[in-house]
Design a protein around this ligand. Structure first.
Ligand code: ZN
Length: 136
């Protein structure tokens, strides 16, 4: 597998609005939009910077992945997402190498991207997302 780029850094936050002063105010990165991803039980805010993005993740349900993350570990960096050309091929290759996958099949994330998470047991406790975006 050859990741194309670091697509985004996912940061779990209690409230997007309360976090924007850090990213917009201190860091000077403009908010590009907010989207709810019902399946993931999150609201997602995008702040593009230098060909990658900061992705703020606010839970909409305490039982969702971000709600559980914040309950266990508090706010902070939650995942790194790498863009790949073909996510089906990447997952097949990783599976053949014995890498544990959270998502055996890609699902749809924010912005219509096809995404899949690798299991932290196989990645040194770093939650890694693969992400394939439609060519525009
Ligand atoms: Zn992500």
């Amino acid at each position: 597998m050859k990741p194309l780029k670091l697509d985004h850094v996912g940061i779990a936050v209690e409230k997007i609005d309360a976090s924007l002063p850090v990213w917009e105010g201190i860091m000077g990165i403009a908010l590009n939009g907010v989207e709810e991803v019902a399946e993931q039980k999150v609201r997602t805010a995008f702040l593009p910077v230098g060909g990658t993005e900061i992705e703020l993740l606010e839970s909409t349900d305490p039982e969702g992945p971000i709600g559980k993350f914040i309950a266990a570990r508090g706010q902070g960096i939650q995942h790194l997402a790498f863009r790949v050309e073909n996510i089906d091929e990447a997952l097949a290759e990783l599976k053949a190498k014995g890498v544990r996958l959270i998502d055996e099949q890609p699902r749809y994330g924010a912005g219509g991207a096809r995404i899949a998470f690798l299991h932290t047991k196989s990645t040194g406790c770093v939650l890694i997302e693969l992400c394939e975006r439609k060519k525009s």
